[in-house]
Ligand binder design. Structure first.
Ligand code: 13P
Ligand code: SF4
Length: 304
């Protein structure tokens, strides 16, 4: 396995040079993918990196909406998603038609769209946000009424941090829904000194037990702090690889072995190599949608 991976990695690095490519990977990717990436980060950091890279090709190791956001920001680059079936079930819980209907019901509301959404949905929204900047984005708007899509739990969390009226859409992340308060209570008894850090896609009863509610990038940053020795981590398990790698000697405990995003795990070393060899599958956004979606993404990047 080690040898096989070493051979694959060598080929990937050669092809990467030949194609003038950069590899971006989300914090939930398999460890071996994180280890070959030029940059590993959360959704906001990855879109900021995509926006500023000089490379001609972006190999996006993440899920479809992330690669699509890179394509929205970089129309002149080739954006590859090594497995085109790597989607996000939460992003699929809304579409542009249903959003248009909902907007008619709330004509005075500004639409804040979580980045976990399609380009068509972004194009129908006023501004995007990620888990790293939700409250900042909501507070940046003049409107007092916000239609928050599609994550009801992130929207609910934002509603506890603002005086604005937040209208929720009933979307959710099936992976974060598996993180249960009873598991955190048990782990807190076992590790009483550990800090509890959870992702804002978790349910409110989980968030109520947390010391910190952070994006995956925020959790990585918190773990680096000197006073942190043990952390109970309430998000997708892939983040544990990076936490351990960057902080030897510290202890990281995942709340649930069930918190796995199967879509994130579809990207493998073999598929990264194939995508560089074949320059496929490519993620493209039709120009009329891309230019509208770009306005929502740019507004978010200005606020961040
Ligand atoms: P982050 O932006 O915090 O990395 O979250 C992305 C995501 O899909 C969480 O499930
Ligand atoms: Fe989507 Fe949840 Fe997977 Fe994140 S963890 S990509 S929100 S399904």
């Amino acid at each position: 396995m080690e040898n096989r991976n070493a051979a694959l990695i060598e080929k990937i690095l050669n092809f990467k040079k030949r194609r003038d490519a950069i590899i971006l990977a989300h914090n939930y990717q398999l460890g071996e993918i994180q280890d070959i990436a030029d940059f590993v980060g959360d959704s906001l950091e990855l879109s900021q990196n995509a926006a500023r890279t000089d490379a001609s090709v972006i190999v996006f190791c993440g899920v479809h909406f992330m690669a699509e956001t890179a394509a929205i920001l970089c129309p002149d680059k080739t954006v590859l998603l090594p497995d085109i079936n790597a989607g996000c079930p939460m992003a699929d819980m809304i579409d542009a038609e249903r959003l248009k209907q909902k907007k008619k019901e709330h004509p005075n509301a500004a639409v804040v769209c979580y980045i976990n959404s399609s380009a068509e949905v972004k194009a129908e929204s006023d501004i995007c946000c990620t888990s790293a900047n939700t409250v900042k984005v909501v507070e940046s708007l003049a409107a007092e009424e916000i239609l928050f899509i599609p994550d009801q739990y992130l929207g609910h969390y934002a509603s506890t941090k603002t005086d604005k009226k937040i209208i929720l859409w009933p979307g959710f992340c099936p992976t974060h829904a598996r993180i249960r308060p009873e598991d955190i209570i048990k782990l807190k008894q076992e590790y009483p000194k550990a800090k509890v850090a959870v992702h804002p896609e978790c349910k409110p009863e989980v968030i109520a037990l947390a010391d910190e509610v952070l994006s995956t990038g925020g959790i990585i940053g918190l773990a680096r702090r000197a006073e942190i020795e043990e952390m109970i981590v309430g998000t997708e398990m892939g983040i544990i690889h990076r936490l351990k790698k960057e902080n030897p000697g510290k202890r990281f405990i995942s709340v649930s072995e069930q918190a796995v995003c199967p879509n994130m795990k579809l990207i493998t070393l073999e598929k990264v190599l194939w995508s560089l060899e074949e320059m496929a599958p490519e993620v493209k956004v039709p120009e009329e949608i891309r230019s509208k979606a770009r306005v929502s993404v740019d507004k978010m990047l200005e606020v961040s």
